[in-house]
Design a binder for this molecule. Structure first.
Ligand code: NAD
Length: 439
């Protein structure tokens, strides 16, 4: 379903009228295209206090191919290194760095603040670093014009491990990601031969790939160079084959809840799997008082239990190669809860539990990372079926005043999937335009 309001506010009379009425003013987001794969404009590299990583950060920013400068009239991005801020008084440097330049940020620009993990041993440092979270989340809400703001916590001395994350955030690929706090460990990233095809030589399997978000994930992983296997239920075979054929991918008609799902997946990837995307999901909404057990069980089974079962079996069988990536699909409903979705929200919150618990062990035992995307309101058949007023509220109740597109979830998945994202592990990143729900 097209977002007609977004179209209206893009016209001069529409803009005038909606402004007069005090209605939301969404800016059409610029996503990745072959012609414009990067932000257009320089990155302003700012520092709060005496940072120990200034040179290292400058080198990474320069490696992105963007022009890095200390002064610009219309920067496309503001990167503030706040890793050295460790007292409440030190926060003044955050204000001093960004206050004079924030207004000059180009429409659709990016603000990325670099911090470190709040310390369990130093409550002054912890207060100052936690303060950055509130700061960034508020900035994301007020900045407007399609701009976004994030906090990236780096491990001391390991800014290089954040390169894939900085590249993602400082690109059109992260257009619908805002207000996020991303922690990056000190794990060394794998070499990337070609940043334009970072998944070359990798094999990916995407569940629920016949349509919607899954089809887009398959398409973006293929664009980034992966060999893709598209899995969906046999009833969706026609769409599945069409999607797979379009991408030069393999179709695997299979119900992910089947007893032998993991064996069938393993058989389809004789050289093992590098990227496993658990995207298949269903809703069976009813308030708890009206919900038969079958609705509860089917949602938990597809959205959570099958993810646990196949993940365990594929890890145990060694089907996931070292350096592998598991990306699961949560939802903001799993964070905020939602009326009529006790089953769905339980299943999606369960995904978050799985990711946080398994990530360190999967990395230590198998060299595999485990992360989740948590989509907000994404324009798909699922959300087109939502009644008009609820749909309109879902679309607008976020900092970017619009719904996301399947490709936004796909781009975030592709960033998790990169060989260079070894240090991104156990993260739940919302792709929700900084939805007010559960914020
Ligand atoms: N659309 C949104 O706004 C939104 C928001 C938050 C989370 N999500 C999640 O994103 C994922 C994709 O959502 P979507 O909007 O593209 O949904 P969709 O209904 O368009 O697509 C889901 C796909 O999963 C497949 N599937 C369902 N059960 C399966 C099974 N047992 N085995 C294999 N495949 C199965 C379906 O056939 C379908 O092709 C889901 O996990 C969903 O919960 C979506």
């Amino acid at each position: 379903m097209a977002d007609r309001y977004l179209h209206l506010t893009g016209t001069a009379p529409g803009k005038f009228l909606t402004r007069k009425l005090g209605l939301p003013q969404p800016t059409r987001l610029r996503r990745w295209t072959l012609e414009t794969p990067a932000l257009t404009g320089p990155v302003l590299h700012l520092t709060a206090g005496d940072s120990a990583v200034t040179r290292e950060l400058a080198a990474i920013l320069t490696a992105t191919g963007l022009e890095v400068t200390a002064r610009a009239d219309r920067p496309a991005a503001l990167v503030l290194d706040a890793t050295a801020v460790d007292t409440a008084a030190g926060l003044a440097a955050v204000h001093a760095a960004l206050h004079p330049v924030v207004r000059s940020l180009a429409p659709g620009g990016r603000v990325v603040v670099l911090g470190v993990r709040p310390s369990p041993d130093d409550h002054h440092q912890a207060a100052a670093q936690q303060a950055l979270e509130g700061f960034v989340r508020s900035l994301g809400k007020e900045i407007g014009k399609g701009a976004t703001a994030q906090l990236v916590r780096v491990a001391p001395g390991a800014v290089a491990s954040a390169e894939s994350t900085l590249r993602f955030l400082l690109s059109p690929r992260s257009a619908y990601v805002s207000g996020q706090v991303i922690e990056v460990t000190d794990a060394a990233p794998d070499e990337v031969a070609d940043w334009a095809a970072p998944l070359a030589g990798r094999t990916a399997l995407v569940t629920g790939a016949a349509r919607g978000i899954g089809a887009s994930v398959a398409s973006v992983l293929a664009r980034d160079g992966a060999r893709v296997v598209c899995l969906d239920i046999p009833q969706a075979q026609e769409d599945l084959v069409r999607t797979a054929d379009r991408l030069g991918a393999t179709a695997l008609p299979l119900d992910i809840t089947a007893e032998d799902a993991a064996e069938r997946i393993a058989a389809a990837v004789p050289d093992g799997l590098d990227i496993l995307v658990h995207n298949a999901g269903i809703t069976r909404d009813r308030r708890l008082a009206n919900m038969p057990a079958e609705r509860w069980t089917s949602v938990i089974d597809v959205n959570l239990d099958s993810v646990l079962r196949t993940t365990d079996a594929l890890l145990k069988a060694g089907t996931l190669n070292r350096g592998g990536r598991i990306v699961a699909t949560a939802s903001i409903a799993g964070i905020a809860g939602n009326n009529g979705q006790t089953n769905y929200a339980a299943s999606k919150a369960g995904i978050i539990g799985l990711v946080r618990s398994l990530a360190p062990r999967a990395a230590a035992g198998h060299g595999v990372t485990v992360n989740a995307v948590a989509p907000g309101f994404i324009e798909t058949k699922m959300t087109a079926a939502v009644p008009l007023f609820i749909r309109e509220a879902g679309r607008r109740m976020n900092s970017l005043s619009q719904g996301g597109l399947p490709v936004d979830v796909a781009e975030t998945t592709a960033w998790f999937a990169q060989p260079a994202s070894t240090a991104v592990n156990g993260q739940v990143v919302r792709v929700c335009g900084q939805s007010l729900l559960g914020a």
